[in-house]
Design a protein around this ligand. Structure first.
Ligand code: C5P
Length: 222
């Protein structure tokens, strides 16, 4: 363990990426959106008409794929094999399928290795589902972000509209619930708080309040 790092985990729509990005900006660290990496593989597999249940083919695909992350205008920009797919990885189709791929141990192995390399090279704020438990178990600060399902659905709803997808509210809520359930129930690196994570319920809090809270936690560590 060498570099300073902050791990932020939690269910879908808890505000992880917005908060993580701002914390990184304020502290001059690199933000790494690990969900975007699982989405990237899902997008590419769909693109190539690969059977998403075929673990061997999917893991080979993951191993052969070049994924690059960089800060963009509205979040992380992501390149897959040199093609910018920032918007493509956020479609409802990719969102609905991503848990299927994220449940496969070999895919996880490939992506976790990439994530650990990033945390080795740079000081990072990394968000995901298993960062505090598996990817950087010795992170300096570990936060588990949650919010009520209503609030999380509302955030996703607004985000979807902003991205130009018409979503049915009840359906969106059900999708979030289902995705969390799959992420929590999977055998490999399920979504769960690390034992030493600080729990932060963001229901009713502003982004700024959550960011400040995490900055406070970090101050005690730097
Ligand atoms: O964070 P985001 O909602 O973009 O993540 C998409 C999906 O990627 C999650 O629902 C989960 O299945 C998977 N994921 C994961 N481990 C991570 C990050 C994301 O399994 N560290």
């Amino acid at each position: 363990k060498s570099r300073f790092s902050i791990a932020i985990d939690g269910p879908a729509g808890a505000g992880k990426s917005t908060v993580a990005r701002q914390v990184a900006e304020r502290l001059g660290l690199t933000y790494v959106d690990t969900g975007a990496m699982y989405r990237a593989i899902t997008w590419k597999a769909l693109q190539q008409n690969i059977d998403l249940q075929d673990e061997q083919t999917v893991s080979r695909l993951a191993r052969e794929t070049d994924i690059q992350l960089a800060p963009g205008k509205t979040g992380t920009d992501i390149w897959v094999d040199g093609k910018k797919v920032t918007d493509e990885i956020r479609t409802p189709e990719v969102t609905a399928k991503v848990s299927l791929i994220a449940g496969q141990p070999e895919v996880r192995e490939v992506l976790v290795e990439k994530q650990q390399e990033m945390a080795c090279r740079r000081e990072v704020v990394m968000d995901g589902r298993d960062i505090g438990t598996h990817v950087i178990p010795d992170a300096d600060v570990k936060v588990f972000l949650t919010a009520s399902i209503e609030e999380r659905a509302q955030r996703r709803y607004r985000e979807s509209i902003r991205r130009g997808f018409e979503m049915d509210w009840e359906q969106l809520k059900e999708e979030i619930r289902l995705r969390d359930e799959k992420d929590q129930r999977r055998k490999h690196s399920p979504l769960r708080p690390a034992e030493d994570a600080v729990h932060l319920d963001t229901t009713g809090l502003s982004i700024e309040e959550v960011v400040e809270e995490i900055l406070n936690l970090s101050r005690t560590k730097v």
